[in-house]
Design a protein. Structure first.
Length: 200
């Protein structure tokens, strides 16, 4: 199968998740590291998902001379306004593993009652072509922070992110049902629609 898009990320786990979401909507993609040497992406200096994703995508498209897709995402918890958001990875430490990040969040939320544990996961996908064209898609999913990590179908924040309408975390939902529910999956759907319209 021909790969249409390269994913502009040095995070292989995040890239696998994004590739699955894109594939769900008929877009083939793989991490750029499969085909090229590692890039040193510009540091994320803004508090804008959109700017971060676009900067990364345009940088990679120019360097690789291939169409690329970049993602910037984060989890926002009103009870922890100074800790989580667009700078989640920077705030918790980019070298910190997903499990350790979850442990830090749970520790910070220890005394927060169930009614105050609301959370939002946001994703912005940016497509860029070598000729300078670009487009973006954004999506959010609303849920709650669980009292402990649950689920093995996926990792990261999915193990904390409780969806009350399903009575389980995202990580407790198998991929065929989970992907359309996630922030990245919904952004992939919107992106696919835009790309189809361009070809239209």
């Amino acid at each position: 199968m021909t790969v249409e898009w390269l994913i502009a990320s040095n995070n292989r786990g995040k890239s696998r998740d994004l590739a699955l979401c894109l594939a769900y909507y008929g877009l083939t993609a793989e991490n750029y590291l499969v085909q090229a040497e590692r890039l040193d992406f510009p540091a994320e200096t803004t508090t804008s998902y959109l700017e971060n994703a676009l900067t990364k995508a345009k940088f990679a498209a120019k360097r690789l001379q291939r169409p690329v897709i970049a993602d910037d995402s984060g989890i926002e918890v009103p009870a922890l306004p100074d800790v989580l958001g667009v700078t989640t990875a920077r705030d918790l430490g980019v070298q910190t593993s997903g499990g350790d990040r979850n442990a830090e969040i749970l520790a910070a939320m220890k005394n927060v009652p169930a009614t105050k544990r609301q959370a939002v996961m946001r994703s912005t996908l940016a497509v860029a072509w070598p000729d300078g064209r670009s487009l973006t898609a954004q999506a959010t999913v609303v849920g709650y922070i669980a009292e402990h990590q649950m689920g093995d179908y996926s990792g990261g924040f999915d193990r904390l992110f409780w969806l009350p309408q399903y009575g389980r975390t995202l990580a407790e939902i198998p991929a065929p049902w989970r992907l359309p529910l996630t922030h990245r999956g919904q952004a992939a759907r919107k992106l696919g629609q835009q790309l189809k319209q361009m070809k239209g």
